[in-house]
Design a protein around this ligand. Structure first.
Ligand SMILES: [Zn+2]
Ligand SMILES: [Zn+2]
Length: 599
């Protein structure tokens, strides 16, 4: 395979093409079109692992254009050749018709001499180079894949039947990304799918430009891909014909089941079973915090909550977060789901596995009540979500009556995201699966590459990349939700996630930013790194992050109605009113708690 990244090979190739082209042209054997142009197009953003190369190939073919496309560590490079009109159309459609999960941050176009190409190819990804390509968050299953999985009477060819009730079905427009990627560029050998060699049918689909699984890196089917197993609370395999159907039966019988999902293990039970919900609460040592609910579709969600159009959009988007919604007066889920709350956190099924067991669960339960499951993180209070199988065995076997396990490894854990629709738009409470690691574009350039460690509870960290957007700068890479950093397990998770982000996005921080609190784990961690540190007051950090999110540089009046945070005077501050900008603040007013300065 040609190394598309080698400039020497490129020059030789071009010379040969031009010579051969001239030879044919002189003899009238190779009549060129009247005018042919060639462009080198570079695309930056979330363009890897989202079907961008197949889309480019298809677009080139539709317009009768030639050239090639390849991924590298920075993004996607395309060379395209044809009439000026068709090349212009190509450039327009590149943005307008982009695939479902693609996010384009930058397109640059360079004029280069035509080479007389007669094919359009996908070239192999060159290794190395500066890392500025973005990694896609994990996406829900698309409608086409869902139909393949659920509809047994669906008009199918023999090859498609490999995916009826197959829980790891995906295509270039759907499925896991961030949680299975170990390195970039995003290709199958760089993911946890590398241990599953494709069967001949999958390989055929993978290579077929016309197939929606063309170059879908996590492609799998029941012949060659990962599989599920059901084990009991002692780790013994549960003998049954269909582990997913058996899981649904156990759920309907009031059992608590641990289920391995995309970014970690969940704990599930029947949301209408008061006793099961109570037992789950006790075993998880969970206080009054509400549990999230999982349903198959928006119609079932509407039986539980009052849902406005904008909320329905959030629920149904490919990110599939938990959306906080107003509980209907006649909603009779078990009281233990969200004690004394008038809202429920609902998410729609986002994996084929979820659709299959919800379907079976609904079938077993009959029409009496809708199929609604409590779906909560697989952990005990204070610990991070379990995602490694050995760890899940240790921590979740005492909680769950059985575990629905599978052998696709999760490389990076990622909890479900929590969001709601408020006045003015989406308000994200927990930025995690489906959102991370998509960066926030900021209005300023970072003066140095930096790591901001975040505070102690509900931690997320952030990395800033130096330079202009072309070099991957002006972007804040916010981590997935890490959790409360007062136990060792979560601290290890924090450190692993920091390393993974540094590695994936090629950021080596020169400065580390920490909360002013001298005893926070994150402050100790910052000092341990041995690079210059910078302390930021807790409430000012909250206000500055809102400024960054909305691209504001001016001075504003900000109110941070937070719990407590370490103040500049060494006292604990509470609710703060500040005149602030990115660089500093003036403390205008504060709550009584702050005045007392509790230490
Ligand atoms: Zn799909
Ligand atoms: Zn296969």
């Amino acid at each position: 395979m040609e190394n598309a990244g080698s400039p020497e090979a490129e020059v030789v190739r071009r010379k040969i093409f031009v010579k051969v082209g001239n030879w044919f042209s002189k003899r009238g054997l190779f009549p060129r079109k009247k005018e042919v142009v060639r462009r080198k197009i570079f695309v930056k953003g979330i363009v890897q692992g989202v079907g961008f190369r197949p889309f480019v190939c298809q677009l080139a073919e539709d317009l009768g254009l030639f050239g090639y496309v390849f991924n590298d560590a920075r993004g996607v490079t395309i060379e395209i050749e044809g009439t000026p009109q068709d090349v212009k159309k190509f450039r327009e459609k590149l943005e307008a018709d982009k695939p479902r999960l693609a996010v384009i941050r930058l397109i640059s176009v360079e004029e280069i001499p035509p080479l007389g190409s007669t094919t359009f190819d996908i070239h192999e990804s060159p290794k190395g180079g500066e890392r500025t390509a973005l990694v896609s968050p994990d996406a829900d299953v698309c409608d086409a894949c869902k139909d393949e999985v659920l509809k047994s009477d669906f008009e199918k060819e023999a090859s498609v039947k490999r995916r009826y009730h197959y829980p790891f079905t995906n295509c270039t427009h759907c499925g896991p990304r961030f949680t299975i990627i170990q390195d970039i560029p995003y290709d199958r050998p760089m993911t946890t799918m590398r241990v599953f060699p494709m069967c001949s049918d999958c390989l055929h689909e993978y290579k077929d430009l016309k197939d929606r699984r063309f170059h879908a890196q996590p492609i799998a089917c029941s012949v060659c891909g990962p599989h599920v197993r059901l084990v009991d609370s002692t780790g013994q395999l549960v003998e049954c014909a269909d582990p997913i159907l058996e899981t649904a039966r156990l759920l309907a019988a009031g059992k608590i089941i641990a289920i391995k999902a995309i970014g970690g293990y969940n704990l599930a039970c029947d949301a209408f079973n008061t006793e099961a919900v109570q037992i789950l609460r006790e075993r998880k040592d969970r206080d009054a915090k509400p549990f999230a609910l999982l349903v198959a579709d928006i119609e079932i969600a509407k039986q539980l909550c009052e849902i406005e159009d904008e909320e329905a959009k959030l629920l149904q988007a490919w990110r599939k977060p938990i959306v906080l919604l107003k509980k209907r007066a006649d909603c009779d889920v078990a009281p233990g789901v969200a004690p004394s709350y008038n809202t429920l956190g609902i998410m729609l099924a986002y994996t084929p596995l979820m659709h299959i067991y919800l379907d079976a669960f609904a079938h077993i339960r009959g029409r009496e009540r809708p199929a609604v499951l409590v779906m909560t993180s697989g952990n005990i209070k204070g610990e991070p979500i379990a995602y490694k199988d050995a760890d899940a065995r240790k921590r979740l076997f005492p909680i769950a009556d059985a575990t629905l396990w599978h052998n696709r490894e999760i490389h990076m854990r990622c909890d479900d995201s929590v969001t709601r629709f408020a006045v003015g738009g989406e308000q994200i409470f927990r930025y995690s699966r489906g959102y991370a690691p998509e960066p926030l574009e900021v209005s300023f350039e970072f003066p140095v590459p930096l790591l901001a460690c975040g505070a102690l509870n509900k931690n997320t960290f952030c990395m800033g990349k130096m330079g202009q957007i072309e070099q991957g700068g002006k972007q804040a890479f916010i981590s997935q939700h890490i959790g409360d950093l007062d136990d060792m397990e979560t601290q290890t998770y924090f450190e692993e996630a920091v390393k993974h982000f540094q590695f994936l996005f090629g950021i080596r921080p020169d400065v580390v930013v920490h909360d002013l609190h001298p005893e926070y784990y994150t402050t100790h961690y910052a000092y341990k790194l041995g690079i210059p540190t910078m302390g930021v007051q807790h409430h000012h950090a909250h206000i500055a992050s809102v400024l960054a999110e909305h691209g504001l540089k001016e001075q504003i009046i900000g109110i941070a109605a937070d719990g407590t945070g370490y103040g500049c005077d060494g006292a604990f501050w509470g609710c703060e009113v500040m005149k602030a900008d990115m660089l500093g603040f003036e403390r205008l007013a504060h709550s009584r708690l702050s005045r007392r300065g509790i230490r």
